[in-house]
Ligand binder design. Structure first.
Ligand code: 5GP
Ligand code: MG
Length: 181
């Protein structure tokens, strides 16, 4: 078994998500919004966040799935859609809801694609903003938590498709790592 070190407790996630919902609500006010969940990792965050938005907000939901291929360490990574959005975003405000922005490559690709579709605005909401490995300049407009390093699981986040259902967020220390006992 790998070792799990609790980093963010479920209560802290819940209260931060409520604050983000209020913040996003204040930002958009009465303006219609298209909120886009980046699957799979953001699915729990997204479902909690949309319920934390002001109830009178004019919000529509959509989903995308991105996949990245190639060798990150050689900068050869390629990002593609596994599933594209279904909503026409031309002239609309779009809020992209992502689990983690790490190197920023996936988000950078997605934002470039979205820009070609001529939305009125695009903003990024990320549960976790990991800045240490950032490779592209990218602004996270609404950020749940900042982490500098580590590999985290739980609350939608996986390691090899496992641990998505864990209620808190944990630093995962794999077997064989000198740090695990
Ligand atoms: P980026 O293109 O920003 O490097 O990749 C971000 C994606 O990699 C995230 O959306 C997430 O799916 C995955 N990722 C990055 N860091 C972590 C992490 O610590 N834990 C998990 N489970 N996924 C991560
Ligand atoms: Mg992701």
């Amino acid at each position: 078994m790998p070792t799990f070190i609790k980093l963010i407790d479920e209560q802290d996630i819940a209260s931060r998500v409520q604050e983000l919902g209020q913040e996003i609500g204040r930002h958009y006010g009465e303006e219609p919004l298209i909120a886009v969940c980046v699957l799979k990792g953001a699915f729990l965050f997204f479902s909690d966040l949309v319920r934390a938005l002001p109830q009178n907000m004019d919000v529509r939901l959509d989903f995308v799935r991105l996949a990245s291929y190639g060798d990150r360490t050689h900068g050869a990574e390629k990002v593609e859609f596994k599933k594209d959005m279904e909503t026409n975003i031309e002239g609309k405000h779009v809020l992209v809801v992502e689990d983690i922005v790490d190197t920023g490559r996936s988000m950078d690709y997605f934002l470039k694609v979205l820009a070609l579709r001529r939305p009125k605005s695009v903003k990024v909401c990320a549960l976790i903003d990991k800045s240490e490995r950032r490779e592209v300049e990218l602004q996270v407009d609404f950020r749940g938590f900042a982490l500098d390093k580590g590999f985290v699981v739980g609350y939608g986040l996986d390691y090899a498709e496992k641990y998505r259902g864990m209620r808190s967020i944990y630093d995962l220390i794999p077997d064989g790592d000198g740090r695990s006992g």
